[in-house]
Design a protein around this ligand. Structure first.
Ligand code: ATP
Ligand code: MG
Length: 316
């Protein structure tokens, strides 16, 4: 019997030469457009290629952005951490102020409060320059950490004059005196519409609202926009640019698609075209106390955050 040889069945490198497919062709051929996993994978690969080849436009001035939504668990901290680190990964100088007593942003950026933080700044016990810490993740990223002490501040400040402008006073004076040329300052807010959020909005020129794509997505957004408008009219005429980012989008369900459409229809000029998929990798990065940008930069969610940054940078 003739001896079986694998080499006879496998085309030689010479035969294949000139006819190699690239990765995209192979994906399209194997997965095809009628396979949902295949088309998702193809979509992600092509998107990553296009997004990673683009540069993020640099900002001439310091843009101060509050990341806020009075609803809990919609992705404020996740958005702050991943948008800030996507900018910083590009070498863009960013300051993140953690204005939530839960302090999840501080720990995700590798900065646990030891000693003084935003509470001491806002109560006049420390200057902001004393508490700003470099994040170990990216050299161009700095953080003003928070701690549970901050939860008492709303009561402590209740009787003070101009209590809505305390953060603005200390932040603006720090930006002026330190000579730091941050291109972005992101302020992560707690899930409320209380005095801390009012301070964030009074200190900001822009707002980024993460909207969780779920059945009640639209609920509360009008109230939030009314509050932002009241702050603009009464305390901060510079608060003009409002952006919304759809988070936890599930491309495969019709409900998710319909909710995205409904939010875009309700606020056509505010919603960014980039949206963030619901992916376990996002939660895994948070559980590991890291940003996606450092934990898994090739994840489709990390690509989506970079795409959002490209859009935010163009949007002013
Ligand atoms: P809080 O109102 O308590 O401050 P939040 O609005 O800051 O909450 P996050 O803490 O960012 O919300 O997110 C809530 C939870 O949802 C976290 O466990 C986070 O890991 C998870 N999460 C956020 N975005 C995504 C996503 N795109 N895919 C999967 N999980 C996500
Ligand atoms: Mg949070």
């Amino acid at each position: 019997m003739e001896e079986f040889k694998w080499e006879d069945r496998i085309p030689s490198a010479r035969e294949l030469r000139g006819g190699f497919e690239n990765a995209d062709d192979i994906l399209s051929r194997i997965m095809g457009s009628d396979s949902s996993i295949g088309s998702d994978l193809l979509h992600d690969t092509l998107l990553a290629k296009s997004v990673n080849s683009k540069r993020i436009k640099r900002s001439g001035a310091t843009r101060i952005v509050s990341v806020t939504n009075q609803k809990g668990g919609v992705g404020k901290t996740t958005t702050t951490v991943n948008v800030a680190t996507s900018f910083a990964a590009e070498g863009i100088p960013v300051l993140v102020i953690d204005l939530d007593p839960q302090a999840n942003t501080s720990s995700s950026l590798g900065v646990r409060q030891r000693g003084k933080g935003i509470y001491e700044v806002m109560t006049g016990q420390a200057g902001m320059q004393e508490v700003v810490r470099e994040s170990p993740i990216f050299p161009s990223l700095e953080v003003v950490p928070s701690s549970i002490d901050l939860s008492a501040i709303e009561l402590e400040m209740a009787g003070e004059p101009q209590r809505e402008a305390v953060l603005k006073k200390y932040l603006f004076s720090y930006l002026e005196r330190s000579g730091k040329k941050y291109e972005y300052v992101f302020i992560d807010c707690a899930p409320s519409l209380g005095l801390l959020v009012l301070n964030a909005l009074t200190a900001s020129r822009e707002v980024l609202i993460p909207v969780q794509v779920e059945y009640y997505a639209l609920e509360g957004l009008n109230q939030l926009l009314r509050t932002i408008n009241l702050v603009r009219l009464n305390f901060n005429p510079d608060l003009k640019n409002v952006m919304m980012i759809l988070n936890m989008v599930d491309r495969r369900t019709i409900l998710s698609r319909k909710i995205c459409e409904a939010v875009r229809e309700a606020y056509p000029s505010l919603v960014l075209s980039s949206s963030i998929p619901r992916l376990v990798r996002v939660a895994e990065a948070a559980a590991a106390g890291e940003s996606l940008t450092s934990f898994d930069p090739s994840s489709p969610a990390a690509v989506a955050y970079r795409q959002a940054c490209i859009e935010i940078a163009e949007r002013l």
